[in-house]
Design a protein around this ligand. Structure first.
Ligand SMILES: C[S@@+](CC[C@H](N)C(=O)[O-])C[C@H]1O[C@@H](n2cnc3c(N)ncnc32)[C@H](O)[C@@H]1O
Length: 258
């Protein structure tokens, strides 16, 4: 499983029930179950690469925007991060207190209004497969920029846009280029999470991503396209086959422009 991030979730299938404007209230548990599987691409590829780019977090404060159940943030806190906060719209958090960190229900489209974030500064701000859910991604990244401590950086990941172009070209009998450059929204059901919940996706190109970062006042310090290790390729050939076709995710380390 990889973690598609670029869905503006708006509808669910007829008769499926639930809050149709908030599909992550229904998707959250299925997502976490899929993520925790032994052969999930998040476990095998994405999180190891994200963790590697974060480096030593000892004594650093981390804000994880769209933190899911907070498991990644909890690992960073175990590795020494302090005064850290996770924000997620689903509120799918462990019961009881989470030592060393706060988990807050909130909307990344309105980050400055999330309880407890006003006037806070963080050494690392994470958008791991989440910026695509912002109503206005430039605005959200600009707000995050104001929350960065001196020498801080943002770590942001997004699904490689080629992934969507490949899938849609297959579905529609079109070409890669047509779909890569298409701006038409489309509906997507993730079979591994909950195939009754629809997410409405909006296409983007690599240029769109780079222009987003510039517009929000960031520059790319490093970009990574993580791959399976040799060992994981041997153990999970079906995942390598998936990566060969869909490419995976992009990871960006973003520094604020002075
Ligand atoms: C693909 S998951 C990624 C979770 C986690 N960052 C990770 O890397 O495993 C997307 C997450 O974004 C959250 N999310 C979606 N829309 C959101 C919003 N408007 N504000 C805050 N969180 C949101 C979802 O609840 C979900 O936990």
């Amino acid at each position: 499983m990889t973690a598609p991030d670029d869905s503006r979730a708006t509808t669910s299938s007829p008769g499926s029930g639930g809050d149709e404007s908030q599909p992550w209230l229904r998707l959250a548990q299925g997502y976490e179950q899929a993520r925790s599987k032994e052969d999930s691409l998040d476990r095998l590829v994405e999180w190891p690469a994200q963790r590697d780019l974060l480096g030593d977090v000892g004594g650093l404060s981390v804000l994880d925007v769209g933190c899911g159940n907070g498991a990644k943030l909890a690992e960073l806190v175990r590795d020494g991060a302090t005064a850290s906060v996770g924000v997620d719209i689903s509120g799918n958090f462990p019961a009881g207190p989470t030592p060393g960190m706060e988990l807050v229900r909130g909307d990344l489209s309105d980050l400055e209004s999330v309880p407890g974030l006003a006037d806070r500064r963080f050494d690392r701000i994470l958008f791991l497969q989440t910026i695509g859910y912002a109503d206005d991604p430039v605005r959200t990244l600009r707000v995050a920029r104001t929350m960065l401590a001196p020498d801080g950086f943002v770590l942001l990941t997004r699904t490689h846009p080629i992934r969507w172009a490949v899938e849609r070209a297959e579905q529609n009998g079109t070409t890669l280029g047509e779909e890569y450059y298409s701006t038409a929204p489309y509906t997507y059901y993730h079979r591994g999470w909950d195939d009754r919940v629809a997410l409405t996706k909006h296409g983007y190109t690599l240029a769109d991503l780079l222009n987003l970062f510039s517009a929000a006042g960031f520059r790319v310090e490093a970009a990574v396209e993580p791959q399976l290790s040799e060992d994981a390729r041997r153990r999970y050939p079906h995942k390598q086959a998936w990566m060969n076709k869909h490419l995976g995710i992009l990871i960006f380390k973003l520094l604020p422009v002075a």
